[in-house]
Design a protein around this ligand. Sequence first.
Ligand SMILES: Cc1cc2nc3c(=O)[nH]c(=O)nc-3n(C[C@H](O)[C@H](O)[C@H](O)COP(=O)(O)OP(=O)(O)OC[C@H]3O[C@@H](n4cnc5c(N)ncnc54)[C@H](O)[C@@H]3O)c2cc1C
Length: 468
Amino acid sequence: MAANQLATVQAFLQGHPTVKFIPPSSAEFTTAREVWNGSRPDKPLAIVQPQSSEDVATLIKFVKSNAIPFSIRAGGHNLEGRALVQDALLIDIRALNSVTVADDRQSARVGGGTLQGEVVKRLWSEGVATATGTIPHVGYFGWASYGGYGPFSSKWGLGVDQIIGATVVDPNGSLVKIGANDAVLKGIRGAGGVFGVIVDVTIKVYPAPSLLAGPIIFDTSDITKSYTDVNTAYNNLLDTETLPPQLTLQRVTFNSPRGLAFAFLFAWSGTEDELQEGQKWSEKISSLGPAKMNMVKPTTIPEWISGAGAHVPRVVYGSSRTYNVSSITPEVAEAIGSNLAHLPADAGAMFSLHQVRGPSATPQVHTSVFEPREPHFMLEILGYSVTPEKQSDSEAWAETFAADVEAAASSSGVLLPTSYVSVYSAAHSDSANEWVKKVYGDSTDELRALKATFDPENVFKFTVPSLE
Ligand SMILES: Cc1cc2nc3c(=O)[nH]c(=O)nc-3n(C[C@H](O)[C@H](O)[C@H](O)COP(=O)(O)OP(=O)(O)OC[C@H]3O[C@@H](n4cnc5c(N)ncnc54)[C@H](O)[C@@H]3O)c2cc1C
């Protein structure tokens, strides 16, 4: 079956030389197949690299009419490596790499395969910026469409909130423009890949801010105590002061070249005149505990993001766990801190905590299917290793960590019912239906109805999420 399908693809592509064809027999196949999660075993039927939206449209018509299974790959940073599907044709859209700022400088059109680092650099060179994540190699659309937590979420909102239009290759292989009045836009904001190939997306952009950013690193000689004490001080700060919208904080713990690091990633984006206030906030965050180093400094978004990306390995082996909680209670902090004391000494094992507040946490039920929209913390327990041999150690650590956090969050009444699609592993639910419900919560029925209207035959089947 697969051999026949491969021959069919090869014969078709002889008439379409602009689409690059990489069969399993090619010397390039191993590199072209590589995604962030190296433990994904699936081997695609072959890899094709379309060079334009028209190439993508031609490919979708072809795979549909020949019933050839296929999947889409952009940045390859889905945490489970879900772009790879056994014996499915992998359509790698990284050549759709473009950023065009509109004349009114309020929006930009971004190619569906553009990586975040490229988006940030190209916008910055034109004096504008938008919400992004911190890792440059992640696909921009994959980041934004599924939620998009990042260092500007308190100021501009989440990634989903930036999307105002898209061009989609639909299930018939037609190029369709989606605008603000099209019902499916709401589904693209939260579940982008299920409706078609997004060959470009139109997003909001803003005047480039003055940025103060960097890690504030705390002592880790007793990580449990450090984590719980800093958390208590931070909760006191939240009780006594309102954090300004210019400030977004992410807490991370990882193995740096100098050993275990626990840091608040501080990002202050405002006007030139507001930098002094930002500096005061950096000192306030430093004083939450025994800070070893405050590396916050004036910088640019491209520089900040490329620095953050340098700490994350390009290929890892393992799996992730995630929870949304409404606050980090002392019990939850204790569960986190005591498990960080056993963080495997491996660059792939990490823990991160995003805080969602301000414009990211306003009820926007009519504009996206992303959940939750209340203020919350999103916990990422990253049970990965940089070597396959140590994968099981990292996963065992993550499993215990997750169980402890879940118990502490449940007993202190802060566990929220939904989980983040990009980090929630398929292995954590009994069925695909349960998985979708866990991610989309009250928006599940609406998402399914949009899918049934836009892709009634489920042509886009191997997608994130998977809507059986
Ligand atoms: C190291 C790392 C750091 C991360 N940091 C953050 C973070 O700070 N904040 C956050 O919110 N998330 C973060 N994520 C999660 C990340 O945003 C998602 O996994 C995202 O979906 C990855 O997109 P991609 O294009 O790189 O992935 P891929 O694996 O290439 O794509 C995953 C799936 O998305 C769909 N897809 C992607 N692009 C398109 C398109 N143009 N058209 C149709 N379907 C498409 C397809 O179904 C595809 O199979 C991080 C992930 C990693 C591995």
